[in-house]
Design a protein around this ligand. Structure first.
Ligand SMILES: Nc1nc2c(c(=O)[nH]1)N[C@H]1C(S)=C(S)[C@@H](COP(=O)(O)OP(=O)(O)OC[C@H]3O[C@@H](n4cnc5c(=O)[nH]c(N)nc54)[C@H](O)[C@@H]3O)O[C@H]1N2
Ligand SMILES: Nc1nc2c(c(=O)[nH]1)N[C@H]1C(S)=C(S)[C@@H](COP(=O)(O)OP(=O)(O)OC[C@H]3O[C@@H](n4cnc5c(=O)[nH]c(N)nc54)[C@H](O)[C@@H]3O)O[C@H]1N2
Ligand code: SF4
Ligand SMILES: [Mo]
Length: 710
């Protein structure tokens, strides 16, 4: 009997007969805190509540406010419970599954006959299980035979992934387990607001600090995470690479380079050293707004420490130079030899529940399962064999998420199927996205709610929430965990993976999608990932449950998994990592006379992403019911704004009206707005869709704006 079952039975024995307790995992952030869902049955209704699990492998029995309230939206009566089709009058009508599937068949086939297979696009998300991410990629390539598939992780992880692939030859978010954080003697937290975004892992950093670790936070705002900082560098948004060049120069000149590590385990030192000679600390200070003394202090803290870790998140990554920004932080790690050892490593803190697994198994435009590449002939041949199709039937790569929206706008894609994302709220330059989605001849949305995007859909299908669905999720450490279903689906809702199989069936491709359970999909995924970079072959549901999750790569059933990466070598052919000189680039928009302030965007504790789930959770929404414009008191005074008053904020692309929150915690030249609202509260009406040349990440974290009282 598995540990999970034993634990479950023990719990049952200690409860009243009407109370049932089942283990589940939070649907929100990448920590994937496990929790107990209590169901108290009375004659007519069941009451649900949640408690933390002391046995959780990561959180030591902690949950944040989102996790404690996560079940609320799942139980909400506004959940979609029936397939719906939009009538001629624009109203949604309930239809049967048979009728919905038949209409999907007609729409897809007639569009593809007329405009070719690539006229249908697919758009996924990082909340989906590994099994669903895998299936969505297979669905696009086999059932629809379209090259157009991408997902919201493009906006999330792509810059860090791009940098890790270039520097290390592989991309796993955290190179070391969180349990090693307290072994670090210096930690850099750059553009990551852990206290609000992954609150239950703050304990590791607090513990490190108690053990004498120095913590440096790099953020234009003094966030809640700064409560653990020994040094806060209030960088100007968009200038991280410049700041790191300054730190690297100090590291090099003051002798903090680990020479034997650099010699034996890296390439590219000479070019980097040459580049650093040209860096001037006073120029860096002028660009970043950080004094030369603070730059030196930070470099010395990290350089002197015997062990150390660097973490980045979206603050550094969501830029048109996101890959370059992260690569410079990796230069810091490599130059000082702080990787591949206990308490030494790098971490890109993943965002979504399955942000890590979601980027490994083929829902990305250029990717096949196991982190294989769709344009690599050997990779194509292997996956074609697993799927039982001739290799030339697999499409080549398509476009990134925002570029797909542009292709829709140009009329090159006429049908779109969205599973688990709300792109009209989360894409940059959302005016264009709205126009594009309205041009579609067929928009199918599979969701839990009628999201802002679903409001434009021709057809809506009721999908499954985390309590109802089963599958594996790969959390931020690279640990794969099984999440069991603990509740039946509401109304006529269906499991997300089942819906994909049903659509494939009516499209005449049912023979490739004959699964009876998520576990069967996982068993196919294991084979598809075998020999790939993200190798899951050695994991089975049984092993995963017995061991409270396992770290990939895990190439054999006898393999224990890989908690710490790069102990002996990196994943490039010669086993070495690549140092790279990084030239600082200005953000695509800098402050100017017409648009004198810099807008940066991000998150608040109570809400999650496009807000569909958390705005539908009264306990969370009531605490932060509308977007706020965070602005420095001196800037507010100059503009004539008062706390609680309203302001109009405009960029070149659009404007919105927001309530003002005056705060001395933000830089004078910068304002901050959270991303969790659609419609008139959607900050993405303003954001800049300039994309990173390597990973196609948009510049969510900086654009130029003007502000006026309203
Ligand atoms: N409460 C909550 N938690 C979440 C989420 C959520 O929506 N709400 N979303 C999840 C997801 S998908 C993600 S991706 C993660 C995101 O987690 P984070 O990346 O930590 O969150 P953000 O708020 O987007 O950005 C982090 C910080 O970057 C700073 N920043 C802005 N511009 C710059 C810059 O140019 N340089 C630097 N160094 N910093 C900058 C911002 O001030 C902000 O404090 O959180 C996950 N957890
Ligand atoms: N300005 C700005 N924009 C940003 C960012 C930023 O920092 N600033 N961050 C970016 C980042 S990091 C991310 S990750 C994206 C996220 O952006 P989105 O993908 O748009 O965000 P979500 O709110 O997660 O959208 C999920 C949708 O799927 C539904 N859903 C949730 N779980 C399930 C499920 O299991 N099954 C089904 N069928 N539906 C489900 C929800 O109801 C919701 O409608 O936003 C990006 N946009
Ligand atoms: S939102 Fe993240 S930290 Fe909070 S309970 Fe859920 S998984 Fe844990
Ligand atoms: Mo994200």
């Amino acid at each position: 009997m598995s540990d999970f079952l034993k634990h479950f039975q023990k719990q049952q024995a200690s409860l009243s007969p009407r109370e049932i307790v089942r283990q589940t995992e939070c649907p929100y952030c990448s920590v994937q805190c496990t929790m107990n869902l209590h169901e108290e049955k009375s004659i007519r209704v069941s009451r649900y509540s949640v408690t933390a699990r002391k046995e959780d492998p990561v959180t030591d029995g902690r949950l944040c406010v989102k996790g404690l309230n996560a079940h609320t939206h799942v139980l909400d009566d506004r959940r979609l419970k029936q397939p719906m089709v939009r009538g001629r009058d624009g109203k949604l009508l309930n239809v049967s599954w048979e009728s919905a599937l038949e209409q999907i068949r007609i729409q897809v086939q007639s569009l593809q006959e007329r405009y070719g297979n690539d006229t249908i696009g697919v758009y996924g998300g990082g909340s989906l299980t590994n099994e669903e991410s895998y299936l969505l990629g297979k669905f696009a390539r086999i059932a629809l035979q379209t090259k157009y598939i991408d997902y919201n992780g493009r906006f999330c992880m792509s810059a860090a992934a791009g940098a890790s692939n270039l520097t290390f030859g592989i991309d796993r978010g955290l190179t070391n387990p969180l349990s090693e954080v307290p072994l670090a003697k210096c930690i850099i937290l750059a553009g990551t607001n852990i206290a609000e975004c992954q609150p239950t892992i703050m304990q590791y950093f607090r513990k490190a600090r108690q053990e004498g670790c120095k913590i440096i936070v790099i953020d234009p705002r003094e966030t809640a995470t700064c409560s653990i900082a020994d040094l806060h560098l209030k960088v100007k948004p968009g200038y991280d690479a410049a700041l790191v060049n300054g730190m690297l120069k100090v590291i090099l000149e003051e002798g903090y380079v680990d020479e034997s590590f650099v010699r034996e385990r890296t390439n590219g030192f000479d070019e980097l050293a040459e580049h650093l000679k040209r860096i001037s600390l006073s120029e860096v200070a002028a660009l970043t707004g950080i004094s030369p003394q603070s730059i030196m202090e930070a470099a010395r803290m990290y350089g002197e420490a015997e062990t150390g870790m660097v973490f980045t998140a979206r603050g550094v990554e969501q830029h048109a130079s996101g890959v370059a920004n992260v690569r410079n932080f990796l230069n810091l790690v490599l130059l000082t030899g702080k990787i591949g050892k206990p308490g030494c490593g790098y971490g890109a803190i993943t965002g979504q529940a399955n942000g890590q697994g979601g980027r490994e198994h083929g829902q990305k435009a250029d990717q096949l399962p196991g982190y294989r590449l769709i344009e690599n002939p050997e990779h194509r041949a292997y996956i074609a064999k697993v799927w039982g199709v001739p290799e030339d039937q697999l499409p080549m790569k398509g476009l990134s998420a925002y570029e797909m929206m542009e292709a829709i706008h140009r009329g090159e894609i006429k049908g779109l199927i969205i599973l688990g994302s709300n792109p009209i709220v989360s894409n940059p330059n959302s005016h264009l996205v709205e126009k594009a989605l309205k041009k579609l001849k067929f928009l199918l949305v599979i969701d839990l709610f009628e999201s802002e995007t679903a409001k434009l859909a021709h057809m809506l299908l009721p999908g499954s929430a985390y309590l109802e669905d089963e599958g594996t999720m790969t959390q931020l450490e690279g640990r794969v965990m099984v999440r069991r279903a603990v509740k039946p689906l509401p109304g006529k809702a269906r499991l997300d993976w089942r819906i994909l199989c049903d659509i494939a069936q009516v499209l005449g491709k049912g023979q490739y999608f004959e699964y009876r359970s998520a576990e069967e999909i996982f068993d196919e995924l294991r084979i598809a990932s075998k020999g790939g970079k993200a190798d899951y072959y050695g994991m089975t549901y049984e092993r995963l449950e017995q061991q409270h999750g396992m770290f990939w790569p895990c190439p054999e059933e006898a393999h224990a998994g890989t908690p710490r990466m790069f102990e002996d070598g990196f994943a490039h052919a010669d086993g070495k990592a690549k140092l790279a000189p990084i030239e600082h680039q200005n953000p695509k928009e800098v402050a100017n006379r017409k648009y004198p302030y810099l807008l940066t965007t991000g998150r608040v504790l109570q809400h999650y992403l496009s807000g569909v789930q958390t705005r539908n959770t009264p306990e969370l929404n009531s605490k932060y019911p509308e977007p706020l414009l965070e602005i420095h008191p001196d800037a507010a005074a100059e503009l004539g704004l008062v706390h609680g008053g309203h302001a109009k904020v405009a960029s070149k692309r659009g404007s919105i009206r927001l309530k003002v929150k005056v705060s001395s915690k933000i830089r004078l030249d910068t304002v901050f707005v959270a991303m969790h609202w659609g419609g008139d509260g959607c900050i993405n009406r303003l954001t800049n869709p300039s994309l990173d040349p390597v990973c196609r990440m948009p510049e969510f974290k900086v654009c130029a704006v003007q502000i006026a009282p309203s």
